[in-house]
Design a protein around this ligand. Structure first.
Ligand code: TYD
Length: 208
């Protein structure tokens, strides 16, 4: 089962992943945790290029294609083989991030973007996508108090981040069966419990 985590800046996704994976493991499933951009050696090299603060001249088309290059490597080298072995793959961001950030955020044509994504993923879609939803002001305030992880994309204006969040909510409305929205303004503990409930219920349902 392929599970992805999505959310705007400061939604706390990354801090939940390892505990969520541990709960899945405890429930008797083999699970691997990965992330985008990155997840493979080549993907991590692309990630450094994408997030480097010095790459201010990067054209939006270059950015879009580098995210897909990282994704293509990730899908073919890591995700598909793991799924074929029956593992649960838990991934921090996937194609929905491209629709949210490059599509709604940078206002790139969604149909064209969908075609480029499909070329990279070979049509692989998550079975379940968890949206850690938080309003922009709360998210950015959390993010800026955590200076170590500040990156080039975080420096974009508030309006950009608002479009990103609205983009996610539109994707949820369009495909409600694939998405679960978790209110991430609550405490870490409450959010973690909610994530575990949702994921373990889906896994149990799938293996019945
Ligand atoms: P990261 O430091 O992993 O941030 P986060 O903790 O928010 O996931 O940086 C990833 C950044 O890349 C984040 O700002 C979202 C962005 N991104 C895109 O714009 N498009 C994409 O397709 C992906 C996967 C990520």
């Amino acid at each position: 089962m392929f599970i992805t985590l999505e959310g705007p800046e400061g939604s706390g996704k990354t801090s939940h992943l390892d505990r969520l994976a541990e709960a899945i493991h405890q429930a008797g499933y083999e699970v691997i945790v990965t992330r985008e951009p990155g997840g493979t050696r080549i993907g991590n090299e692309i990630r450094n290029t994408l997030l480097s603060l010095k790459n201010t001249e990067m054209h939006p088309a270059t950015e879009i294609l580098l995210f897909q290059a990282s994704r293509a490597q990730h899908v073919h080298e890591l995700i598909l083989p793991a799924l074929a072995e029956g593992k649960v793959v838990l991934c921090d961001r996937f194609a929905d991030s491209t629709i949210a950030y490059q599509g709604y955020g940078h206002q790139t044509d969604l149909e064209e973007l969908t075609r480029i994504i499909r070329f990279a993923t070979g049509g692989l879609d998550p079975d379940l996508t968890l949206l850690l939803d938080v309003d922009i002001e709360t998210g950015l305030a959390r993010r800026s108090s955590d200076k170590g992880s500040w990156n080039r994309l975080d420096a974009k204006e508030i309006a950009f981040h608002k479009r990103v969040r609205q983009g996610y909510l539109k994707m949820v409305a369009a495909q409600p069966a694939r998405w679960e929205v978790v209110d991430a303004s609550r405490s870490l503990e409450e959010v973690q419990q909610a994530l575990q409930r949702v994921v373990l219920a889906r896994l149990a349902q799938k293996s019945r």
